[in-house]
Design a binder for this molecule. Sequence first.
Ligand code: URA
Length: 449
Amino acid sequence: MTQFTSEGARGTSDKAQAHLDAPTVIRTKRDGRELSDAAIDWVIDGYTHGRVHDEQMSALLMAIFLRGMAPGEIARWTAAMIGSGERFDFTDLRRDGRPLALVDKHSTGGVGDKITIPLVPVVMACGAAVPQAAGRGLGHTGGTLDKLESIAGFTAEISKSQIREQLQGIGAAVFAAGDLAPADRKIYALRDVTATTESLPLIASSVMSKKIAEGARALVLDSKVGRGAFLKTEDESRELARTMVDLGTAHGVPTRALLTDMNRPLGRAVGNAVEVAESLDVLAGGGPEDVVELTLALAREMLDAAGVGGTDPAQTLADGTAMDCFRALVAAQGGDLSHPLPVGARSETITAARGGTMGDIDAMAVGLAVWRLGAGRSAPGEQVQFGAGVVMHRRPGEPVAAGEALFTLYTDTEERFAGAMAELDGGWQVLSADDPKPEIGPLIIDRIT
Ligand code: URA
């Protein structure tokens, strides 16, 4: 177990910070040396308040990406990010005279990973409360906020008092981190456009700074493994999960993690509004098996971590109570589900040249295609296209007839198709009877506590 302290191992005196400047901090990491507590506190505070500039933080992030960080540095970097803003406390909230069971989950980033959308209402329907600080798209992976904002009127920019009211009244709020870990908000956006996302210390500190600050009393993490994950191998994902679990525990938030497969996309829909539509199918008691399986596995972990029993999460999908909770959540945040979800103005369909069986589908190829269609960003603050996405008509292992539709691509911008098609090229194939069947491992690989 990695030993972390919540305050950082050594105090930071003004004297220790007096001689610091950005080039020195960058050079220290560039040359493979450890950053002192003073340097970490100084650079996070300076970046949050604009004294350290984007180009300097970009260089430092790239140095961290290339050189990594020791456990003590990760702990201090995370503590400094938490300290850059407010830490919410909802422990005074009560239901039926008892403290609210506040629990949340966070994923390390996947393709088609819409799980938060059905999961939050399932957990609400079972009696726990979810304060969820969610993120926007990062690299080739989608963001919960970009997806939910495709619902007409839905806003994630809500105040702390509204979050409190929603937790008390309906049992959930899904919000942009705002005043929580503002350092993460800035660094996250910068990582998205500087190719510095795939870094264990940067993922662990990003996830845990906002999750520790958001006021959940227990946390479940979904640490992705495979081609579409930021960290590809099981060993790396395990180390990431272990690091995050230990960070949570050190900060008084009991944390556990599932390692889950991200070699192929989750479900059939990848993008913004298309993923909301698929989530509504799950909430209506249908939807793809893998999305349902992961939603229920994470719900069971969350309820167990929160000490809430008595309701079977699967029942809430079957009897419509999870759907009712989702409608209440969307309405509380200004959304209107009676308004049709946006669909890209242009579409292209890829059809099967021959019959056979759908082979494996590379999650990274699909994630990059969807990003090229406009569902993600290539510059800070860019507006995403809510209607952009890919729908997969055949999943790995399903039979395919010649001429049948395999993928439909959506965007508002015709010129984006060529790039998206190029990303998809080679990321899938139709197998003939002689080809070996695709090897599909378990969706849930392990559990880390
Ligand atoms: N989710 C986050 O909040 N941060 C990351 O770096 C990756 C996934």
